[in-house]
Design a protein around this ligand. Structure first.
Ligand code: KIV
Length: 284
């Protein structure tokens, strides 16, 4: 149900988000600008991720790997200016948390300059030390295991993870390492439905699925997939709820036609000038 007066609600914190484990499903979506962030909050989402999917969906990049800390800060600031009740999570982009020093510096930028109330990083046991260091210094961390788009060069593509024993164990170990390191939630991306269900059952923090089936504590989707704004076929794990690209194209085509044909603008779209001014103008 849509929030009627989202602005009067107390902002959801990372610990409030974590406390929702086992309750009604947590609803998250990505957003990258103020208008869509406002709509997402009005619709009633719990969390907005300013994700590095910004790259392919908004900035015209082929992949997430090209997104910078400056990009996330810039877009997170637009999102946080538009919402008041929603938890805003800023994504730490590729290589921005290679060392704890980098992670602390860049997380501080997302929080201080972007207004984010939490950060997200990709990886399991191998980056648990980073999560521990960030949480120890007061930065709430959402983890992300399974398909991790920042690793596509190493994994060979956007492939489902955890489908065999070794892969499934890696997902379990990664999620548990992140939980132990202090993450307040973990995104499970593109892993089998039954694996996501058992991981959810064994963790004390919420699991947020994307392509991980219905048994997670919450779901996240990329806004442009949900709204039909992405210029690629929708991934298997998404549902296109509307065709905003189609509606926008129709509207813009009509605008082009009306300007070309002289049907827009008409006199009532213009402004009036005081009587006599035109007659007294000089073009000498
Ligand atoms: O950047 C992003 O949009 C993400 C989601 C797919 C979880 O990481």
């Amino acid at each position: 149900m849509a929030h009627e007066a989202a602005s009067s609600e107390a902002p959801l914190t990372a610990s409030g988000f974590r406390a929702r484990k086992g309750g009604p499903p947590l609803v998250c979506v990505t957003a990258y600008d103020a208008p869509f962030a406002r709509l997402a909050e009005q619709a009633g989402v719990d969390g907005i991720l300013v994700g590095d999917s910004l790259g392919p969906n908004v900035l015209g990049h082929a992949r997430e790997l090209h997104v910078t800390v400056d990009d996330i800060v810039h877009h997170a600031a637009a999102v946080t200016r538009a919402v008041s009740a929603t938890l805003v999570i800023g994504d730490l982009p590729f290589m921005s948390y290679a060392t704890l020093d980098d992670a602390l510096h860049n997380a501080a930028r997302l929080v201080r300059d972007g207004g984010a109330t939490a950060v997200k990083l990709e990886g399991g046991a191998e980056v648990a030390g980073i999560t521990e260091g960030l949480t120890a210094r007061g930065v709430p961390v959402m983890a992300h295991v399974g398909l991790t788009p920042q690793s596509v060069l190493a994994t060979g593509g956007y492939l489902a993870q955890g489908v065999n024993l070794a892969g499934a164990q890696r997902v379990v170990d990664g999620a548990r390492a992140q939980e132990a390191a202090g993450a307040f939630a973990v995104v499970l991306e593109a892993i089998p439905v039954r694996l996501a269900a058992v991981v959810t059952e064994h963790l004390s923090i919420p699991t947020i699925g994307i392509g991980a089936g219905p048994n997670c504590d919450g779901q996240i989707q990329v806004l442009h997939d949900l709204l039909g704004l992405a210029d690629r076929p929708p991934p298997r794990h998404t549902r296109r709820y509307t065709d905003l690209a189609g509606a926008a194209l129709e509207a813009l085509t009509q605008y082009c036609d009306e300007v070309t044909q002289g049907a827009f603008p008409s006199v009532e779209h213009g402004f009036k000038i005081r009587r006599g001014v035109i007659d007294r103008l000089s073009f000498d």
